[in-house]
Design a binder for this molecule. Sequence first.
Ligand code: HEM
Length: 505
Amino acid sequence: MAIGALLQPWSLLGFLAALMALWWACRVLESTLIVPRRLGRALQSQGLRGTTYRFPFGDLKELARLAMAARAKPMPLSHDITPRVNRLYYNVIREHGKISVTWLGPTPRVIVNDPKLVREIMANKFGHFQKRKHTGIVRRLSNGLVNHEGEKWAAHRKIVNPAFHLEKLNVRTYSYIWRLQLQLQLHMIDLRVLVDMVNFFRFLPTQLNRRIKANARELQALLRGIVSKRERAMKEGRANNDDLLGLMMESNIAETKQAGNSKPIMTMDDIIGELKLFYFAGMDTTAVLLTWTMVLLSVHPEWQHRAREEVQSVLGDNQPDLDGIQQLKIVSTRSPACALLCSHDFSRKWKSDTVVSVLVWSLQVTMILYEVLRLYPPVVQLDRQTYKEVELGGVTYPPGVLLSLPIVFIHHDKDVWGEDADEFRPERFKDGISRASKDSPAFFPFGWGPRICVGQSFALVEAKMALSSILQHFSFGLSQSYTHAPFPVSTLQPEHGAHIMLKKL
Ligand code: HEM
C-alpha cells in the first residue's frame, strides 16, 4: 500500500524534490562547514595563525564593521594610512604576524605580507596560482586580459603587448582612445560605483539593473561600431594604425597569420572586451594617481617647487621644440587626466590643442610619482588562489586557498622601507626602484612578473604629461575644506574628494 502511494506521480515528484533538497543541503554544509574546517586545520597544523572560521560569513561581518568605523571619521594628515585602508588586515597582521589567515566567507584568505613571497607567487611560481574568479557585472564590464588564464591569456597578452610599445604608439593619438573612454565614462559612471553592491542582486529586475543592462548594450553597440569602422578602413588601406586600437588589431592580424589560423585569434567580442578593460584598468587608476600626487605636492610644497623647477628648466614657457631633445615625448594636453583634474574654466590654455613635451625620464617627477604610488597605490591589494597543492615559504597550501597580496601594507612596512616608511621621501627612489627598499624589489603598484600591468608605461607618460602641464601653469595647495580620508572603493580614493586651490602662475 505504502509503495503504491509512493508510485503516484505527485508523490514521486515530491520524493525527488526532497532528495534534491537533501543533496543541496549536503553540498552547502560541505562547502560552508566541512571544507573550511579541513582547510583551516591544514593551515593551522603548519604553524599559520589567524582568525577562526565563523559559520558561514567568516570575517566578512567584522570586515564590514571595521570598514564602517574607519569611514566614520577622517584621519590626521599623515601617510600612515593602512589602519584606515583595511583595519581588519591591520589588526590581524599585528596580532598574528605577516603571514596570517583570515576568512572570506567560507574560504581561507591568507595575507601574504612579505615581498619575497609576493615575488614567488607573481613570478617564480607563475602558473602555480590562478587569479580569483569574478562573476556577474565585474566580469561583464572588464572581460579582457586581466581575467583570462592559461593559453587564452598568453595569446591575448602577446597581441596586446605591442600596442603599448611607446616607440610605435603615436602618443598624440592616445587621445583618440581616451576621448572614446570619456564618452564611455558617461555611460558607465553609475555602474562603477555600484559594481560590488549590484553584483549580488544582479538577477532582480530592478530599475537600476534594467538601466545597467541598457547601458551595457549601448556601450557594446558603440564599441562594435568603432571596431567595425576601423576594420573597414584597414581593409581599404586608409587607416592610420598608430593608436591603441589600430596597433592591437594589426598585431591580431600578424599573430593570426603567424599561427596559420583561418579565423582571427581575437574575435570582435575579444577586442571589445579589451577596450572596455583599458577603460576600467587604466582610467581610474591613472586619475587617482594624479589626484594623490596633487594632494601630496600640496602637503609638501618643497617638492612641488623642485618638480616645477625641473619641468620649467626643460620646457620653459615656450612651445617646446618637438624634434629637438631625444628624451622628450610628445603628448597632447587634451588628456582625460587633465580634464578630470582641471575643470574647463581654470585656464583657456587648457582648452587649446597645445602640444607639450614631457621629460619621460625626468628625475624629480619620476621620483615623486613613484613615492605617491608607494604610499597611495591605486590598487591596494591583489588576490591569487591555489588550484592544486603548492609549497610557498615552507607551507604547503591545499587547493582552494585565497592568497591576498596586500600591496599597500608591503609599501608601508618599516622592516622593508625603514623607519621613515610612512613619510613622503621621493629621494628614496633616486637610485631606482631596486635600491629604494631593503628587501628588494618591494614596490608593486603595477603588479609583478608576467602579468605585470600592460599599461604601466602608458600610465606613467600620461601622469608625467598631466603633472608637468599643471606645474607649468599653476601653483597649488590644499583647500581648508580638504579632509584626509583615503579609502579603497575599486581603487584607493580620497573619500571626500581632493579639494585643491590652484593659482595661475
Ligand atoms: C597608475 C595606473 C595603473 C595602475 C596602478 C595599474 C595597476 C595594475 C595592476 C596592479 C595590475 C596587475 C593585476 C594582477 O596581477 O592581478 C594591472 C594589470 C593590468 N593593467 Fe594596469 N594599472 C594602471 C594603468 C593601466 C592602464 C593605463 C592600462 C591600459 C590602458 C592598464 C591595463 C592593464 C591590463 C590590461 C592589465 C592586465 C594584465 C594581464 O593580466 O596580463 N593599466 N594593472
